[in-house]
Each structure stands twice: as C-alpha cells, then as structure tokens.
Design a protein around this ligand. Structure first.
Ligand code: DAH
Length: 337
C-alpha cells in the first residue's frame, strides 16, 4: 500500500512539475488533490488494512503525499501565474513608437498661428497686447459695458454662469467671459490713457457647435483711448489692419449697427479682391458710460473699440468650410496649415 502511495505521489509531483498552464494546474488539482482524486481514493482504502501499525504508517504516508502535492501545486501555480501576467502585460503594452515614424517637426495650431499673426499686425500698427481673466465678474462682462442687470442686450450672449461666489459678491455674478470686451474695462481701470491695446483670448458661450459656432472660441478685442479720437480713426485703423493682414488687394467698410458699449456702433466688413464682402466683427466709439465705468471722464477722453473672432478669421483665410474642424484635433487636418 505504501508503495502505491509513494508511486502516486511521485507521479503527481512529476505531472505538476510538467504542467504548462494554469488550466493544467486546475486539472491536476482535481486529479490528485480533490476529494475524488487518486490520493483520496487511496486514503479510503486504509480501512481495509489489517493492523493498526499498517494503518498508521499508510495514513502518515498518504498525509505526507497530500501535503507534498499541495505544496507542489501552489509552487507551480505561482510560477505559471507570474508567467501569464508577464505575457498579458507584454501583449497589452502600447507600442507608441509605431506612430512616431521618422521624427518630424510639429507646428503651432491653426488658431495659435492666426492669434500670433494678428498680434504681430497690431503690434506693427503701434498696439500693445493686454490680457484679462477667462472667469469674469458679471460687472466686468456686462454691467461696466453698459449692460446693467435686465438689459435686453444681455440675451445676445448665451452666458455660462459659474457657481463660485466671490467674497461680498452675489450668487450668479461670476461668468465665463462671453467676449473679450471686459478687458477694455480692466485696462482702463489699470492704466492711464493714452491706451492702444489689443486683447486676444478665449471666450465661452452656451452654444451648440455647428459649422459657424463653437461654445469655446477665440476673439481679439481692440481699444484705443486718447484725446480727440473720432470715427475716422476707427475706419483708418480697420483699413490699415485689413491691408496688413489680408494683403493690399483687400478693402474694408463700416456698416451701422448696435452694441450697448459703443455709440455709434458699426459692423465692419472686408472686401476680397474678387469684389465679394465678408462680415468680420463689431466696432464703434466707446460709450460714455463705459468710459465712466473705466474711471475716465468722457469730456476729456474719447476712443474706439472693436472685436472679432480669431477662429473665423483663420477659416476664412484658409477656405475651411466648418469651424468644428479647427478643434477636432485631427492631425491630418491640422498638418495642412
Ligand atoms: N463683444 C462683441 C461680441 O462679442 C464684439 C464687439 C463689438 C467688440 C463691438 C467691440 C465692439 O469692442 O466695439 O459680439
């Protein structure tokens, strides 16, 4: 009997050592270590032995065999699981080198290129670049721009409100800026005139994306404050800009319009060399209430302002039909510019 037990144990240990997979280990566990396994079957035969001594000796041999099998199964299982894990890790590894190909140089995004070119052109015309925060107070974004609470023109801007309540402020008085115009107010409050600034930046509206709208986009704002500034200065600046940015074959015109922060207000269009007109942005003479909100005396200072979309400018320049293409981050689109 003991010989049988030792033979079964040796066979089990050899099989376990030869196991090639975790499935083999499962099968071998049933075969040797389970309640219906070979060693259990031998254990059941112990009762048929004649003497107590024989039973004791055989019982000890079976127990020894069973624990040796358990230890061997655990050891082999550990080795095979480590190998399986290593293989899985290797298989799931992302080989990013595949996408690198030959090293190529990237370049600035189309929106960044337009932004920087616009800055260059305005700096060339004598403007300085100013900035303001993307998260604004209702006061800077609307009220100081001659749109008090309840002003119907607020409806033109599909505003995104922010939960944050500033110290001493009202709930609902913090917004993601809907335009770059609040930078006008911040600049007037921070600096003494004369002021000649442009303020490019990101703006936010509660808008559904379509071919001509994005909820997040870029604008550039212009502000001039000096003595005796007139509408002729505005028209001359827009025209100088048009020719510097688009080329000498382009013209510009102002069309009467309405904005709460300018009076009079005008939209400006540019004319392509083929004669067609395209609408570019808004402009006008800074409203006296806006000058006052900026801490300036309208009797002493006057100025003009303008604002237009940077992304729209970029797609117009490059003949892109859908503004959403700009922000889809498809490298095949971006590579073209
Ligand atoms: N802030 C306006 C908008 O987002 C654009 C604009 C119009 C800016 C007239 C100006 C301006 O500075 O004078 O639609």
């Amino acid at each position: 009997m003991i010989t049988d037990i030792i033979a079964a144990k040796d066979a089990a240990l050899a099989d376990i050592e030869a196991a090639a997979s975790l499935e083999d280990i499962v099968a071998l566990t049933t075969r040797y270590a389970g309640k219906k396994g070979e060693l259990a079957a031998l254990k059941k035969q112990l009762g048929s032995l004649d003497s107590i001594e024989q039973k004791k000796a055989a019982g000890a041999a079976v127990n020894d065999a069973m624990s040796a099998v358990d230890v061997a199964l655990d050891a082999r299982r550990a080795v095979l699981s480590a190998a399986a894990l290593a293989e899985q890790v290797e298989n799931e590894r992302l080989d990013l080198t595949e996408f690198m190909g030959a090293p190529t140089r990237g370049h600035a995004h189309l929106a960044t290129q337009a932004w920087e070119r616009l800055e260059d052109v305005f700096v060339g015309l004598g403007f300085r670049v100013a900035e303001g925060p993307e998260v604004e107070t209702d006061w800077h974004n609307f009220e100081a721009l001659n749109m008090p609470i309840g002003h119907p023109a607020r409806g033109e801007w599909d505003t995104l409100f922010v939960d944050h309540v500033p110290p001493g402020g009202e709930p609902g008085s913090t917004v993601l800026r809907t335009h770059t115009s609040p930078v006008q107010i911040r600049t007037m409050l921070a600096e003494e005139p004369p002021i000649y600034i442009v303020a490019p930046g990101r703006v936010f509206r509660r808008d559904t994306p379509d071919a001509t709208h994005m909820p997040v986009f870029h604008q550039i704002e212009g502000l001039v404050i000096d003595r005796n500034i007139t509408m002729a200065d505005l028209a001359g600046t827009i025209d100088a800009f048009t020719k510097a940015y688009f080329g000498p074959g382009f013209n510009s015109r102002l069309r009467p319009s309405y904005f709460p922060f300018t009076e009079p207000s005008a939209e400006f269009d540019i004319q392509r060399p083929d004669g067609s007109w395209i609408e570019l942005g808004g402009s006008g003479m800074v409203h006296p209430n806006v000058l006052r909100a900026g801490g300036l005396d309208p009797e002493e200072w006057s100025g003009f302002a303008f604002g237009f979309g940077i992304d729209r400018m970029a797609i117009m320049r490059h003949g892109v039909a859908d503004i959403r293409e700009m922000f889809a981050d498809d490298i095949r689109f971006l590579e073209q510019f």
